[in-house]
Write a new protein. Structure first.
Length: 566
């Protein structure tokens, strides 16, 4: 399975360099489209000329020159002119994802179902080159059943190619359009075989979820595991071991499953591969354990609060009211305030965006824009913002949270202590909670320190004081240690969050800024070479404006004044 013959960059001209044909081809290949347009206007027959079997329309489509291509079609250039490898201008535009040129060619009745010399169609080229915008445009203009049923000369359909390339987005889109993942190519390979063949471990689970049969053998009698063994692909075999069972002829799972898979020994004695069946009881137990583990930190916090209050009521309250009444009042108000904020934040909606259903999702929105939208709308419709789990079009600050199972607006982070995502809906109460919690902890430590001198003998040395306190009030000493370790961390978290609020950034953006292209602008720093520089497009102009935005106006996802309208 190779795509080397589909590379169109290697065509060379052999005509006389002084001929109009040679000049026109050289101009369009070099990107001098103004001169190429002038030559074709002077000599309209150039649109029908070929150089090494290619037309200027091919090269214009490859360059993404929509105006040039439009003029060629108006001049009568054949929209489906064939290159030596039978590729059309639409195919060339598809390989580069030039959606405006593709729209122009499709409106001129270009053949969406054309096949090149290897049997590749525009859709297969879009999948092969991971051009997802082109993929959706073709789907929007085609008969879907006919489009997805096409395969190349090797019998490889879009699911085979997406698996071979390890393209998760294409696989998710194919799943959305209910494409069959169990098809066999001419060598009897499934998409799973192709994924294993190219060592694409990231898509294996998705293919298993689509019920691709791991026991199927290709024309050479190889299963997916045999291919991994043949390629000496240890990482692929480890992944397969997670999802596969080895069964004997009677259908009983072999206990030495891991060893059998590692050795690739599945033929002797009629052994067969099958997807691991999850034991329902074990699954329920795992889910309960997962829920219990996710609540560990919250439980630990509540236990600490309870023990601190218990210690305070039994040993400290009377003394503290006598020695430090203001701090005592602050503590007695801080504890219920922290508890109320804790439960309010944990139970509040962080800003979840409801998942959308097929036929009424972001996929249809994108197809409408790509097929009928204006140039500005097409530019704004970023397919990278499509969530392939909930099928929403995510805002720049919306992120899909796996732990939450939904997209969360203005996602900041997932809080393990609260077991909830922090986003637009609960970010402010989370800030209040952080401030209230650390303040209450510091006050409690102060009360313990103040009361300790009343509870111990006066005039004692530090060692005597510590020993007497630890032996006489072990619970108080334990609480001092716990709060002494946790309070600094929460204090640092509070300052960090306040700093991000003043900058109008989220924790997620701070940690993953390198992944978000909207933060990086090319700026000439004086060297003459543009350099990518970080620019916070959400900055409202000053720290005060950013704080007002967070606490009151709630327009954090809108561009700041310097970037508004761009």
């Amino acid at each position: 399975m190779s795509d080397e013959n589909w590379d169109v960059d290697g065509a060379e001209a052999k005509d006389d360099a002084q001929s109009p044909v040679a000049k026109a081809f050289d101009c369009v290949k070099k990107g001098d489209l103004i001169e190429a347009a002038r030559l074709t206007e002077e000599t309209p027959s150039l649109w029908h000329e070929q150089r090494d079997g290619y037309t200027v329309l091919h090269w214009g489509a490859l360059a993404g020159a929509n105006i040039f291509v439009s003029k060629g079609l108006e001049a009568g250039a054949p929209v489906d002119s064939l290159a030596p490898n039978k590729q059309t201008p639409l195919m060339w535009a598809t390989t580069r994802g030039h959606i405006d040129v593709m729209r122009t060619l499709i409106e001129a009745q270009a053949d969406i179902y054309a096949r090149d010399s290897l049997g590749a169609t525009p859709l297969l080229l879009a999948v092969q080159h991971q051009q997802h915008v082109a993929f959706l445009l073709l789907v929007a203009h085609a008969d879907r059943d006919k489009l997805f049923a096409q395969a190349d000369d090797n019998g490889c359909g879009p699911a085979h190619w997406a698996s071979y390339k390890g393209d998760m987005t294409s696989l998710k889109l194919l799943e959305y359009f209910d494409v069959d993942f169990n098809g066999l190519d001419t060598t009897k390979m499934t998409p799973l075989h192709r994924a294993v063949q190219s060592s694409q471990t990231s898509v294996i689970e998705t293919l298993f979820d689509k019920q691709v049969d791991p026991s199927l053998r290709d024309s050479q009698g190889r299963t997916c595991l045999d291919l991994a063994e043949e390629n000496r692909d240890a990482s692929m075999k480890r992944v397969l071991n997670r999802f596969l069972d080895v069964k004997d002829a009677a259908g009983v799972v072999i206990e030495s499953n891991k060893t059998a898979i590692a050795d690739g020994d599945i033929e002797a004695g009629g052994k067969q591969l099958s997807r691991k069946v999850v034991d329902k009881d074990k699954k329920k137990m795992d889910e309960l354990m997962q829920k219990a583990m996710s609540s560990v930190f919250a439980t630990f916090w509540l236990v600490c609060v309870s023990l601190s209050v218990f210690q305070y009521i039994n040993d400290l309250r009377v003394i503290c009211w006598q020695n430090a009444p203001k701090a005592t009042m602050a503590f007695e108000l801080g504890v219920p305030t922290s508890l109320l904020l804790f439960f309010f934040t944990a139970l509040s909606d962080p800003g979840k965006v409801p998942a959308r259903v097929k036929s009424k999702s972001g996929v249809e929105e994108l197809m409408r824009v790509y097929s009928k939208g204006t140039a500005a709308e097409v530019k704004e419709a970023d397919i990278g913002r499509l969530c392939t789990s909930s099928w929403n079009m995510k805002g720049l600050r919306t992120k899909y949270c796996k732990s939450t199972g939904a997209c969360v607006e203005e996602f900041d982070h997932f809080c393990g202590w609260l077991n909830v995502a922090i986003g637009k809906g609960n970010h402010r109460p989370f800030m209040f909670l952080a401030v209230a919690e650390v303040s209450t902890q510091i006050v409690f430590l102060y009360l313990c320190w103040t009361a300790s001198y009343t509870l111990t003998k006066p005039g004692s040395t530090f060692l005597e004081w510590f020993s007497e306190l630890a032996s006489g009030y072990p619970l108080m000493m334990l609480m001092i240690v716990i709060h002494g370790f946790t309070a600094p961390g929460i204090l640092m978290l509070t300052f960090y969050q306040l700093r991000l609020v003043a900058m109008n950034l989220t924790t997620n953006e701070m940690m993953n800024a390198h992944r978000y292209k909207h933060f990086w602008k090319e700026v000439d720093v004086g060297t003459g070479v543009p350099r990518k520089t970080f620019k916070n497009i959400f900055n409202k102009g000053s720290m005060i404006a950013n704080c007002v935005d967070f606490w009151f106006t709630r327009r954090r996802s809108e561009f700041g004044p310097k970037f508004r309208g761009k």
